[in-house]
Design a protein around this ligand. Structure first.
Ligand SMILES: Cc1cc2nc3c(=O)[nH]c(=O)nc-3n(C[C@H](O)[C@H](O)[C@H](O)COP(=O)(O)O)c2cc1C
Length: 320
């Protein structure tokens, strides 16, 4: 099985996994507006996939061929379930498996998973090995933070680099910092030096606070990371990966939101509540005169149809 990571341009761009945001519907929109070099699914529970109610969890692994190359991100506590899930991911046609070792939510930490693995390298190592065994040649990567309570580049990042993974995404904050402080890009040179010494084959993806392709280039010139991942920047600007899109117009925004709502209805139907769509009001209904007033009105929608019609009618509302 070919390791697709090695054929990417330098620097390559990656859409971050954003739980509740980057589902297959939003990824279709992003793919059309300006496609990054690599897409990730939202994080998906291996333990959930291997238990009763797994169909709902498996929704996270839905994707369309035009999203390739797409990597499935997984999390969990049980190496055996990582093994089985990695096998499934290969069968489904993903080109890579990524292990979440960075989510700081209290609920996951209490179960010893995701970022809690920073304090349990033995289990982290077992999980990586089990995933590699199940992935059977599909490249395995890890996404993590720089430490738990304080930065731990030598110990934690060094440990991960010794596991011979294809790619390591580093979100440059500790777990306890959540997203409350600026990302510690000043630590990237130390990470790159360590990578060059311990695991020259492992690619490094830098992550934290990037909101434009210009910043990607600037950070590439400064640090030489192989790739850069953008998260909240896509939520603020779905055109962020499109080098030729300068400023989306009001019409672009309204038309794209209608498309997004229609695709959501078609994809999830009665399976999912429409309410999560409302958080995209801030994404699309923004950066034009009267946008705040329009958003307020849209937040009152009680059904998907009401939201859709409200958005479609917006041109008239703004002009009124
Ligand atoms: C709403 C939301 C959901 C997220 N879900 C995930 C996830 O499923 N898996 C993951 O590894 N990181 C997740 N993250 C973290 C992002 O992938 C990213 O590391 C973080 O937002 C920093 O990058 P940014 O500054 O470009 O947003 C999430 C972040 C947000 C804000």
């Amino acid at each position: 099985m070919k390791n697709f990571w090695v054929d990417l341009p330098k620097p390559f761009t990656v859409l971050a996994p954003l739980d509740g945001v980057t589902d297959v519907v939003f990824r279709q929109i992003v793919t059309e507006l300006g496609k990054p070099d690599v897409l990730f699914t939202e994080f998906t529970s291996c333990d959930g996939l291997q238990s009763v109610g797994s169909e709902k969890v498996a929704q996270n692994l839905k994707f369309y061929p035009n999203e390739q190359p797409i990597v499935a991100q997984i999390w969990g506590a049980n190496p055996e379930n990582f093994y089985k899930t990695a096998k499934l991911i290969k069968e489904l046609g993903f080109v890579g498996v990524d292990i979440n070792m960075g989510c700081p939510a209290r609920a996951v930490i209490e179960h010893g998973v995701c970022s809690a693995l920073i304090n349990n390298p033995r289990l982290a190592g077992d999980i990586i090995q089990a995933t590699k065994d199940g992935a059977d040649g599909l490249p395995v990567s890890v996404k993590t933070r720089i430490g738990f309570g304080k930065e731990s580049i030598e110990d934690w990042i060094g440990f991960l680099l010794r596991q011979k993974i294809a790619t390591l995404t580093v979100h440059l904050r500790t777990v306890e910092e959540l997203s409350k402080v600026p990302a510690h890009w000043e630590l990237m040179p130390q990470i790159m030096t360590l990578r060059n010494a311990l695991a020259p084959e492992t690619l490094i993806i830098g992550n934290g606070d990037i909101v434009s392709l210009q910043e990607v280039q600037e950070k590439f010139d400064l640090y030489g990371c192989d790739g850069f991942m953008i998260g909240r920047g896509i939520f603020a600007n779905p055109w962020v990966f499109n080098p030729s899109k300068k400023e989306a117009t009001r019409e672009d925004r309204i038309e794209t939101f209608v498309k997004h709502i229609d695709l959501y209805g078609k994809t999830w139907g009665a399976e999912r509540n429409f309410a999560p769509l409302k958080k995209f009001c801030k994404t699309y209904i923004n950066n034009f005169e009267g946008a705040a007033r329009c958003r307020e009105k849209l937040m009152e929608a009680e059904t998907l149809e009401e939201l859709r019609n409200g958005v479609a009618d917006l041109n008239d509302m703004v002009e009124a």
